[in-house]
Write a protein that binds this ligand. Structure first.
Ligand SMILES: *Cc1c(COP(=O)(O)O)cnc(C)c1O
Length: 354
């Protein structure tokens, strides 16, 4: 730290991304990426003629992709906001809608960035513990005097709540903004995006990083009432209007033109998830029921760190947090069938002490 950093960041702890090792080839089951490449149409869209136009700024309104996404989601372009990854949208939500008189609440076990943004903007906030077996009790959020941030399905746990339960929350906090982070919704959750016409306090946030196989492109979008979208644009155009680069916009448009490819991949992940949960159960693991492209699992009586390290030593990366309630759990991204077979076989060997 230099002596020039503003004192207000003295105690700030930054988000720790999952490892992206460059040293050797791991079976990478630690950051919820897709094991599949982007669609052939996406590869074809990034042609040399397009690369040669990188001397020009991209469209700051992102009109083409916004129109396509609006059609795909059954809303109008005024209901769609595009950003450089959904992390950007989360950032804008905390910046735009939360302040000293507008606190925010989120669960204790969820996407780690919510806490980081609350700290970054020094917001009054409250962390609401998940109930037994990491169940999110929606009534814990009904009538809170604060903005609400939830991931559904929840990050880290994979558990989801119903649209009816989200609607109860929305109804109970009409004077507060509610962010529903649907990063994993395509793997078995139920989207609440259709509620935006009835609830002007609802912002739904999604990403191309997981289900669309495009984590490296950095593309996220939000769906909400036109007023909320206008607010987000005000922040975007006050910070970085060109935050989406030309190639990412093209890649996104090509992906949306071919949603069948992405649907097939999601179906494959759902199948591999069932295969993995089954295999883990046979080995004696306890796994939290998941609607996402990852699972949270533990082996009773064995500490999480040693398992994590044993897997890593054998070339398999998973994610683990040294945090109360989940320190003995591993979060495992669901990859291809071959990857999951390797994962299960390796665990079997580790448990047998081989
Ligand atoms: C992965 C993830 C994000 C971040 O997505 P990007 O679009 O890659 O920034 C946001 N929210 C949750 C819950 C996630 O798991």
């Amino acid at each position: 730290m230099s002596r020039y950093l503003s004192r207000r960041f003295d105690g700030l702890t930054a988000y720790t991304p999952g490892e992206q090792p460059q040293d050797m080839q791991y079976i990478k089951l630690n950051t919820n990426e897709s094991p599949f490449p982007p669609s052939p149409q996406v590869l074809a869209a990034i042609d040399p003629a397009e690369v040669s136009r990188l001397n020009l700024y991209p469209d700051p309104e992102c009109r083409v992709l916004r129109g396509k996404l609006a059609r795909l989601c059954g809303v109008t372009p005024e209901n769609v906001f595009l950003a450089n990854g959904s992390d950007d949208i989360l950032n804008f939500f905390f910046l735009a809608f939360c302040d000293q008189s507008r606190p925010v609440v989120f669960p204790d076990i969820t996407y780690g960035f919510y806490q980081v943004y609350a700290d970054l903007y020094q917001l009054p906030h409250r962390v609401i513990p998940l109930r037994e077996e990491f169940r999110l009790e929606h009534r814990d959020y009904c009538g809170v005097d604060a903005n609400v941030v939830l991931a559904n399905p929840n990050a880290t746990t994979g558990r989801a709540i119903s649209v009816a339960q989200i609607e109860e929350i929305l109804q109970s906090v009409p004077d507060h903004a509610v962010l529903v982070d649907e990063a994993y919704v395509e793997f078995g959750g139920e989207s609440c995006a259709r509620l935006i016409d009835r609830y002007d306090n609802l912002l739904v946030c999604r990403t191309f990083s997981k289900s669309w196989s495009m984590a490296g492109a950095r593309l996220g979008y939000a769906i909400g009432n036109a007023g909320l979208i206008e607010d987000l644009n005000r922040i975007k155009f006050s910070t970085n209007p060109y935050s989406l680069n030309r190639l990412t916009l093209l890649a996104g448009a090509a992906a949306v033109d071919n949603p069948d490819y992405f649907r097939q991949n999601c179906a494959a992940i759902i199948k591999n998830r069932a295969f993995t949960v089954d295999g883990l159960e046979r080995l004696g693991f306890k796994t939290v029921p998941s609607q996402a492209n990852f699972i949270l699992t533990r082996y009773p009586g064995r500490d999480g760190r040693s398992l994590y390290e044993a897997l890593k030593a054998r070339g398999i990366l998973v994610r683990r947090w040294d945090q109360p309630r989940i320190r003995d759990h591993l979060r495992v991204t669901i990859g291809s069938r071959t990857q999951m077979e390797a994962f299960l076989n390796t665990l079997d060997k580790i448990l047998k002490g081989e």
